[in-house]
Ligand binder design. Sequence first.
Ligand code: PMP
Length: 358
Amino acid sequence: MNPALVSARARGLTPYTPGEQPQDKTYIKLNTNENPYPPAPAVQTQLRESIAEELRLYPDPNSTQLREALAGHYQLTPEEVFVGNGSDEVLSFAFYAFFDPHNGPVLFPAHTYSFYPVYCTYYGLEYRKIPMGEDFSVRLSGFSEQDTFSGVIFPNPNAPTGIAISREQIAAFLGSARSDRVYVIDEAYVDFGAESCSGLVREFPNLLVVHTFSKSRSLAGLRLGFALGNPELIATLFTVKDSFNSYPLNRLSQQLALRALENKSYYEKMQEKIIETRERTVDRLRTRGWNVLPSSANFIFASAPGIDGGTLYSDLKQRGILVRHFNHTGIKEFVRITIGTDEQMDRLLADLDALYSK
Ligand code: PMP
């Protein structure tokens, strides 16, 4: 193709590589942190009963009902809630809205969600990776040590480590941080045992908390994410969204998300089940001499004694189990394993024993 057909901007992009979704055979998928349990029964009923005829009409561009329901859930007002197509889209809007290239680099932890540098390239932002503790924890003091930066983002619990920071620590950090910068906390995995900072958004008008329906609400296929923050931050996100796509959330997604929110106790039960399975799996791996980082998420980050992470990944793939390996300096020996059902984790352990126990 004639290179002149492609903008210099597009030529400069390095896209995010999502976890593989192979179609060649059925795998036990422990590689993209999906929930192993189905959405609440009421979500499935709503899907069957949704009226196809209504799809000829545009959806509510402001997702008013859904934002009201989310506001009720988090004890906020709808003006403090923004929704988008997956938290990936919400994060992308946040990078555009709050991180100004003239103010310096965006700061995030050295090992974290690998989409952040991709957004930076997309929006012409520099970034700086802040070193982590030896135990792979996110060091908030590492952010405080920086004078020049356009904003800060980190997941809590962090990905791919699963390690969480307490709300108290985050509140103390925000209390002494620059008030003329926005701090984004990506809480994609918070419902699996970490403390949400949603209750801090009134105290800190420069805090944006981002969530997703993909993990704890079993709706990765629906693409639904949301942000909680000060009404002015939220209004800015709306301005960005309305400059890009005024109807991002389709009618079905809005209806199904409402049903999901009404079924809190179902989801709490599923979250507890996943936490129990996680703890069981961690114990069993540690008994076999594995190093498993302490996880508050629906995945674990673990390494086996004397076996490289890439080898683990490909040996398991051959046996029909997918896990995620990041070929990044400093974490090459690890694999990230999503917590599946008890049966799936039993299969994983049995295959590991078959592969490596002498
Ligand atoms: N943040 C983190 C830390 C993630 O791991 C993911 C999942 N890949 C996302 C955000 C995006 O999730 P989604 O777009 O499905 O809401």
